[in-house]
Design a protein around this ligand. Structure first.
Ligand code: DLL
Length: 432
């Protein structure tokens, strides 16, 4: 079912006209209300009225995660705090989270965008949906929750973890739709099997997945093991959270809610715009967001865009699965982590050297992070108690600063590989 026929099947000309009208408005809005944008525009010798066509967007300087960090927490906000009704955050900048703000209208827009994607995935008011994303500052759980509630489904806010209980709820309540990361969903399927269940024991039919990369093969596995029709869903906190784009029943790319989020693909080398069909970095501009307008935000996610009509009848632009990132950010069990942040934590601890190796694997569909760390004094390794304490200290710091759990392996001085050029400290064996 198409949730919003008017928008989702709009002709290209109408959509472009709507986008241009909104772009001009948001550019002026951001320029007038956010000193950060005023300064950027002034430095570039750009005035809001210079944006006359959609192509003119090219003149606007990019915004990055670093800008959010440098202006943490309130610097990029365009309204007073009393107009903000929701705050979310994601990890991913050294120590400080990326904090994002929503006005009442933003919440409404977000919910509508999510409802469109729920409908695109095949969700209806008859569904009972279990949300297995972690509730809290993360946008995933509440974002999907709102969308499913908007279409009238029964929402089970199970949150993540306690997998056996998840399975029990799914079975007892006759849950028909599951929402979460694809890796956690696969893990749930393993636990179902261990508990002695078959997929026929459940009523599952839809799986709305996202927040991390998944391959065609992984979707096939989800379909096979859970009996669901799986869709991929994309979004990021800085722009809105989930709700930027998602697959429909035709699975020919993720439909972008482009009346609210204007997409561009730029070359990862030159940052110049690329034509439809070419792979590059996705840059998004929020066309209607009041709380935290983002102009030309560099997502660092690599994809490509097509704009033809989809088999489902929708005409909105579609983006391909995310193929990778143009930076080294890792997503580990839903948490965004930069190797540099891990390094920062390690460097703050005495008794270890700056040499480390990060290994990411997937075991039973769960991401595992191992960090090999060189101790600076080999004699440390002689005492079990000392070793234990050091491992504990590192683990604790990683958990409190970055919210990640890692297996720590201490190794003798001078045993890890040394690099002449750029160090390659991350080995990602997840094979997604
Ligand atoms: O992960 C929002 C979200 C929640 C999307 C639930 C879909 C479902 P962040 O925590 O800010 O927000 O992480 C954003 O995650 O830049 C991508 O690198 C990655 N990502 C999100 N969705 C996908 C996906 C949420 N479907 C970052 N495929 C983004 C691949 C994804 N990567």
């Amino acid at each position: 079912m198409i949730y919003d026929e008017r928008i989702e099947t709009m002709s290209r000309d109408e959509m472009s006209a709507l986008q241009l009208e909104r772009l001009k408005k948001i550019v002026r809005y951001a320029y007038e209300r956010v000193p950060f944008y005023t300064k950027k525009f002034d430095e570039a010798g750009l005035r809001p009225e210079d944006i006359r066509t959609l192509e003119d967007i090219n003149k606007i300087p990019f915004t990055t995660k670093t800008d959010l960090r440098d202006n943490y927490p309130y610097g990029l906000m365009a309204v007073e705090m009393d107009d903000i009704v929701r705050v979310h955050a994601s990890s991913g900048t050294s120590g400080k989270p990326t904090v994002v703000f929503y006005t009442k209208n933003d919440m409404e827009m977000w919910t509508e965008c999510m409802a469109r994607l729920v409908a695109a995935a095949g969700g209806t008011k008859n569904d009972i949906v279990q949300i297995t994303f972690g509730y809290g500052l993360f946008t995933g759980a509440l974002g999907l929750h709102q969308g499913w509630a908007r279409i009238g489904a029964s929402v089970v806010p199970a949150s993540s973890g306690n997998t056996e209980r998840q399975v029990m709820l799914m079975k007892d309540l006759g849950v028909t739709a599951i929402v979460g990361t694809p890796s956690y969903a696969l893990h749930i399927s393993e636990v179902m099997k261990k508990m002695g269940y078959k997929k026929e024991d459940f009523k599952l039919r839809i799986g709305m997945f996202g927040s991390e990369a998944s391959s065609v093969e992984m979707h096939r596995e989800l379909e096979e093991k859970l009996g669901v029709f799986p869709t991929d869903n994309y979004g990021l906190s800085e722009i809105i959270g989930p709700g930027v784009s998602g697959e429909c029943e035709a699975k020919l790319g993720m439909h972008i809610n482009e009346d609210h989020f204007y997409p561009e693909i730029v070359s990862r080398d030159t940052l110049e715009p690329l034509p439809d069909g070419e792979w590059g970095e996705l840059v998004l501009t929020t066309l209607t967001k009041e709380g935290l307008p983002m102009l030309r935000y560099r997502t660092k996610d690599i994809t490509r865009i097509t704009r033809g009509r989809c088999d489902c009848g929708r005409t909105t632009a579609r983006m391909d699965r995310i193929r990778g990132r143009s930076d080294d950010m890792l997503k580990i069990r839903g948490v965004n982590v930069f190797p540099s942040q891990i390094e920062g934590v390690l460097m703050s601890i005495d008794k270890i050297t700056g040499n480390y190796e990060i290994i990411v694997t997937r075991d039973n569909h769960m991401d595992r992070l191992e960090i090999k760390v060189e101790v600076s004094d080999g004699s440390l390794l002689d005492s079990y108690a000392n070793l234990e304490n050091l491992v504990k200290e590192i683990k604790h710091k990683l958990k409190t600063v970055l919210q990640i759990d890692a297996k720590i392996t201490l190794v003798s001085p001078d045993t890890l590989k040394r690099f002449e050029g750029k160090a390659k400290r991350v080995t990602d064996l997840r094979n997604i």
